[in-house]
Design a protein around this ligand. Structure first.
Ligand code: AMP
Length: 396
């Protein structure tokens, strides 16, 4: 089935048009500066990229621009928009309402709206993308795929916060977790690579600009590092990860920050950028550390240390581990960080093969022969998951 995948942000919209069976990508691209002026970048495999300035006052014009270029006789890939069998939307926060993907109808939209307080930046943008598609393609089925859904199998002991229980009961305060579509894809691939054992324990390390780990038992998530929001866990590009709440009170008192300013610091100025003062990009940090920048080296060391700690914690929580998976920008590309994260884990049965680990962006078993725990590099493919969910729900 040919599926259009939409990932709508507040001023941008990513799209990919692909086959749900086999995953062939026909076209993909990005609308930027929505609400400002509007720019479209359209990519078709084997052709030169197309860049166009197109006015995009709202997401509707952006979607229309995507459909126009898809049917363009020269730049397009289809003769008519009727060839788009369905649209799959990436939605950030499904709260407690969504444990899996669903066909978008009025009830689904109302439930996504109800989750806006939990995902105040992303859910309104996701809804704009959905509404624009509904208006322009009223007869094409639409599906919502949630970043939180895969984590909804966590047991209460993993998702409950140790604050008064009424905040969970009345206000839905709990751990939700994110990158769920990626964790779902790579954990399923890992189980496949393990030879589909009846029982499996997998730790997925999604290490990108935003990063999270998940613990997956028999294909079901039992814990993850992100929380009510994506700020939680270990240090990321610009996000702090878990911090002692006392720091907030201390700095807000000392510098007169309000909560917005404080959260801006924790979301945008912290993580490896905050420690290093150099960059949020791990390639820049590698270069700076190689030139003797001690804070860049410390930022990398801190990142490795915290990921290693969570791997230990999750192995302990699951009572063992069969496979550790590395995915996303850093996980797929940084041989050095993978090596450092797995260093010293031989007590757990993790033995890496340095030569096999010299790989980027490919699905490979990089563990040493005889390693009790397998180490896999698995490029994530959230779009394929969204396309497969969309096709499956539409066929039903
Ligand atoms: P993502 O958010 O998954 O697109 O990942 C983006 C991050 O991947 C960037 O910020 C880089 O820090 C990191 N990255 C990409 N390629 C490499 C590489 N070869 N070595 C280290 N980090 C990389």
């Amino acid at each position: 089935m040919k599926i259009l995948i939409i990932n709508a942000g507040s001023s941008s919209l990513k799209y990919q048009f692909m086959e749900s069976e086999g995953g062939e990508v026909f076209a993909k691209g990005l609308c930027e500066r929505i609400g400002i002026d509007g720019r479209l970048t359209h990519k078709v495999p084997g052709r030169e990229d197309v860049k166009q300035d197109i006015p995009m006052p709202t997401h509707s014009e952006a979607i229309q621009a995507v459909l126009d270029i898809m049917v363009d006789p020269q730049k397009g890939v289809i003769a008519s928009t009727d060839e788009i069998a369905a649209v799959g939307h990436r939605v950030l926060h499904g709260g407690m309402a969504f444990t899996k993907s669903c066909i978008i109808d009025d009830a689904c939209i109302a439930a996504i709206e109800k989750c806006i307080p939990l995902g105040p930046l992303h859910n309104p943008a996701n809804l704009m993308g959905i509404r624009a598609c509904q208006a322009i393609m009223p007869n094409t089925p639409q599906v919502a795929v949630f970043d939180t859904a895969f984590h909804m199998t966590m047991p209460p002991k993993a998702y409950i916060y140790a604050i008064p229980y009424e905040y969970y009961e009345k206000d839905d305060v709990r751990r939700y977790g994110f990158h769920g579509t990626s964790h779902r894809y790579v954990s399923a691939r890992a189980i496949d690579m393990l030879g589909n054992p009846e029982h499996s324990k997998v730790i997925c390390c999604h290490l990108g600009n935003g990063s999270s780990l998940s613990a997956v038992v028999d294909g079901k998530c039992v814990d993850t590092t992100m929380g009510l929001g994506p700020l939680a866990g270990f240090p990321m590009g610009t996000r702090s990860g878990d911090v002692d709440a006392t720091i907030l009170e201390y700095l807000m008192g000392r510098y007169g920050y309000d909560i917005k300013e404080m959260l801006n610091i924790l979301n945008k100025k912290s993580g490896v950028l905050g420690i290093s003062g150099v960059s949020s990009d791990f390639r820049d940090l590698d270069d700076a550390a190689a030139q003797g920048n001690e804070r860049a080296a410390l930022a990398l060391e801190k990142f490795v240390y915290e990921v290693k700690k969570f791997i230990g914690a999750y192995a302990s929580a699951m009572g063992g581990v069969d496979a550790i998976v590395f995915t996303a920008g850093i996980g797929e590309n940084s041989c050095d960080l993978r090596q450092k994260i797995c260093e010293g884990l031989s007590y757990m049965g993790v033995e890496m093969d340095a030569e096999k680990n010299n790989v980027r962006g490919k699905e490979v078993d990089v563990s040493a022969a005889g390693s009790k725990v397998k180490v896999f590099v698995i490029p994530t493919n959230e779009e394929l998951m969204i396309a497969m969910d969309t096709a499956e729900l539409c066929k039903k």
